[in-house]
Design a protein around this ligand. Sequence first.
Ligand SMILES: [Ca+2]
Length: 89
Amino acid sequence: MSDLENSIMTIIHMFHKYSKNKSTLKKTDLKDLINNEMSHFIMNIQDKETLDQVFTDLDQNGDLEIDFQEFIALVAMVTSACHDLTKTC
Ligand SMILES: [Ca+2]
């Protein structure tokens, strides 16, 4: 597979790893995923208020879980922000 295809598979694998092979991430799963896998791009989530805000922002359908579509929106936002930063370097 190409580097891009491998990266896509890694994103899918990370979702399943932290959702424990269920179809959604719960709040604590999201916190663990961000803090363990995105620590260079997103500041660690340490307090409940920040976690609640991030979770609410991502939970578009309000079912109190993060499905893959909602997760991929986070990946897209972080990727876009990272791209913008690399353009200024
Ligand atoms: Ca949701």
